[in-house]
Design a protein around this ligand. Structure first.
Ligand code: 5AD
Ligand code: SF4
Length: 473
């Protein structure tokens, strides 16, 4: 990465922010009201983080945030394309939004960005069939939003700006945090793993790590601003830093982040089993600030399928990692991602997955039906599994995951554990909700004043996936 260039770019974008702000003010005068934006986020934590950056820029150019997309003057969809149904959902939503635009607010502008726009076929579809869309961009140039808004306001027709890839990391632009006390922090972008079913390496590009000093200064600033919990984000955090000029391991980064004054909790997402080091396990074990939660995607329990998935570990190696993790950190919660119905998956392969689920006893698992993605190696593999067979396996897996999850999640009943309070309970305003270090949700009596604080709570009752507790004074 060329840092000087990136700083120049940030300055250039700040100039565009000023230019668009002037346009916003003019429009406000003409309409006699403030302009509003709505960013709709689909997909993973990375997208959520990107949306915070997009929202930050929109606020700087003078827009107010609006919860209901129907009421907004600028609606931006930040899309996901990891599974096909995410794409279908977007097209449905766009159709609906078009009718709102025609009916209620002809001045409404609609933008679409994120992973789905990195696929040329999807951009083509928008260009041809969704001509009411004003702005299209991808994952690599979100920092350019102000410039793109400027073009949208001053040029005719749909503005499309999708980059195939980039080495650039542009920082120091405004961002809004959804929560005052916790924040995601990107430590790397992209993915080099090319799991054979996955579209992410094609839409998010090659792996690029941020410099440790940039990450640490961002986290110090967050801590000064009252943030207590950070989530370090990357597609494969375990390979963090390998491509830096002065390589720094993820374990070392984690150690330094946990040492930042004011930061009470550190989480990270996602870890690929193939790169998980003993050093990482040791750092977690030594450091109470690192949360007792490990998300370790399994994908399949069959070594044969894992090989076809290009995952670089076997069932036995996976189970061994789990054993070592639990040995070093006995109270750790383990969660996972599992795909059912990968091409060629037999009943025996599926039973291997069930076997791992029963051996590991996950706190929870995200289970997915395999979705064929254009351009991935798995798209062309023979023996795609029939839909009814997949559905049956999926249902059996889900039942087992839920049964075990309920048993496992209640294991801390009776203990007093620290809870970081996140908000007032939606159903019952006399209660607040927060999370344990292991990420389990806890509800207990309390007021909004507790939001953002860490409270010792006695876990009185387990309700399957959450606890009811009592604050201990
Ligand atoms: N089909 C189904 N699930 C997928 N995932 C990634 N690609 C696909 C696909 N083509 C799942 C994996 C990954 C999670 C984020 O999404 O389990 O860990
Ligand atoms: Fe996709 Fe595999 Fe990269 Fe995760 S590690 S983003 S599943 S290619």
């Amino acid at each position: 990465m060329n840092r000087a260039f990136s700083t120049d770019e940030a300055l250039r974008q700040r100039e565009y922010i000023e230019k668009v702000r002037a346009i916003t003010l003019e429009k406000e005068k003409r309409l006699g009201r403030k302009l509003r934006f709505h960013v709709e986020t689909l997909g993973c934590q990375m997208n959520a983080k990107d949306s915070e950056k997009l929202s930050g820029i929109l606020r700087e150019i003078g827009y107010l945030e609006e919860e209901r997309e129907e009421e907004a003057d600028f609606v931006l969809y930040n899309t996901c394309t990891v599974r096909e149904n995410a794409n279908l959902k977007i097209y449905g939503r766009l159709g609906y939004l078009h009718s709102v635009k025609k009916r209620k607010n002809p001045e409404m502008k609609i933008g679409i960005c994120g992973c789905m726009m990195q696929e040329p076929d999807e951009v083509q579809a928008i260009r041809e069939k969704y001509r009411f869309v004003s702005l299209v961009f991808g994952t690599h140039n979100i920092f350019k939003l102000a410039e793109l808004m400027y073009r949208m306001e001053t040029e005719e027709g749909m503005i499309i700006d999708v980059w195939e890839g980039t080495d650039e990391i542009v920082e120091d632009l405004p961002a809004i945090r959804k929560y005052s006390f916790k924040s995601g922090v990107n430590i790397m972008y992209g993915c080099n793993n090319f799991c054979s079913y996955c579209i992410v390496p094609y839409v998010r590009g090659r792996e690029r790590s941020r410099l440790p000093e940039d990450i640490l200064s961002e986290i110090r600033a967050l801590a000064e601003d009252g943030v207590k919990e950070v989530m370090l984000l990357g597609q494969n955090v375990n390979s963090y830093g390998k491509t830096l000029e002065n390589p720094v391991s993820f374990s070392e980064l984690l150690r330094r982040v946990a040492a930042v004054e004011g930061i009470e909790r550190v989480r990270f997402m996602t870890s690929h089993p193939k790169d998980l080091s003993d050093e990482l396990i040791a750092v977690i074990a030594e450091n109470e600030k690192i949360c007792r939660h490990f998300h370790l995607p399994l994908q399949s329990g069959s070594s044969r399928i894992l090989e076809k998935m290009n995952r670089h570990y076997t069932k036995e190696q996976y189970l061994d990692i789990v054993r070592r993790l639990r040995e070093a950190v006995p109270d750790i919660s383990i969660t996972t991602d599992i795909i059912v119905g990968f091409p060629g998956e037999t009943e025996e392969d599926f039973l291997e997955t069930m076997d791992v689920v029963q051996k590991v006893r996950y706190d929870s698992a995200f289970t997915f039906i395999y979705s064929k993605r254009t351009g991935t190696p798995a798209e062309k593999m023979p023996d795609q599994v029939p839909e009814d067979v997949v559905k049956d396996r999926f249902d059996r897996l889900l039942r087992e995951v839920q049964r075990i999850g309920q048993e496992v999640s209640g294991r801390d009943v009776g203990r007093v554990l620290p809870v970081l309070v996140e908000d007032v309970n939606r159903q019952d305003s006399t209660m607040v909700s927060g999370r344990l270090s292991n990420n389990t949700l806890v509800h207990f009596k309390g007021s909004n004043a507790l939001t953002g604080t860490i409270v010792p709570v006695k876990l009185v009752e387990s309700k399957g996936f959450y606890y009811i507790g009592e604050a201990v004074r």
